[in-house]
Design a protein around this ligand. Sequence first.
Ligand SMILES: O=C(O)C1=N[C@H](C(=O)O)C[C@H](O)C1
Length: 294
Amino acid sequence: MGTMEGLYLPLVTPFHDGHVDLDSLKGLAKHYSSTGVSGFIMLGTTGESPTVEPDEQRAIIETTLDAVGGALPVYVGVSGNATRQVARGIAAFEPLGVAGYLVATPYYNRPSASGMVAHYQALTEETERTVIVYNVPYRTGVNLPNDALFEIVATTRNVRAVKDSTGNIVQSLDLLERAPAELSVLTGEDPLYFTSLANGAAGGILAASHLAVETFVAVTRAMAQQELVRAREAWRRVSPMIPKLFGEANPMPLKYALWRQGLLRSPECRLPLTQVSDGLAATLDEIVASLPHV
Ligand SMILES: O=C(O)C1=N[C@H](C(=O)O)C[C@H](O)C1
């Protein structure tokens, strides 16, 4: 059985007047820690990792670990397209005591499958902690074939989870069918969370679950208890809002909604991300109005 299961929250990085808002981050971490999520993924796509400086990253991780106080595992996103730089990035986080690392396949330089295998084999020399392979072709430009992923698992001691964001249901179902027992398959495709769980996924890493998190947890727990109908009823309460949360660049919509809920002091994102359009803002206002008060 893989090391990860359940719903993981890829926490947004709050900004205020251009600076990382550590007070809001501390409040978010404390707020979500008691909701039933299985852990946090920091500095993922939703955490706007490309525009967060190294010293800010360290402060974000230290603040989150302190706020969570060991109650839940905290993973951190470390990605790049130069293996040595990603290795140095992992090494820099090792002293902080995170649970592991979310590592996207290299982007822009379009490595081969064998190159991606060698990338992860090299990275696992830097840590004993869990490495989550993040396969997200629409962002990276490359797709990691399932057989190459299985080779990575077989030839490393700590690649024990994959965040499947291929958006290719045929590949995802093949992955779920053939995954070795030690590999936790976590979907990163929010609209496919119920379908993935129904087909054997261990869980998901879902930005959308910042909103109505208790319902996403209810789906997770019902599926873990083989309560398909109860899980589907809960799922249908949240699934309609998901496309709206990705209608413009994630996490712009999500931050706007969290700001309207009072969980963020500002919806600001860092350039090149900006802010949601007026039309989407109006739609998000309706979604927020329909949610339980936080
Ligand atoms: O930040 C993440 O982790 C996620 N990012 C995905 C994306 O925006 O591509 C979406 C998923 O919810 C988790």
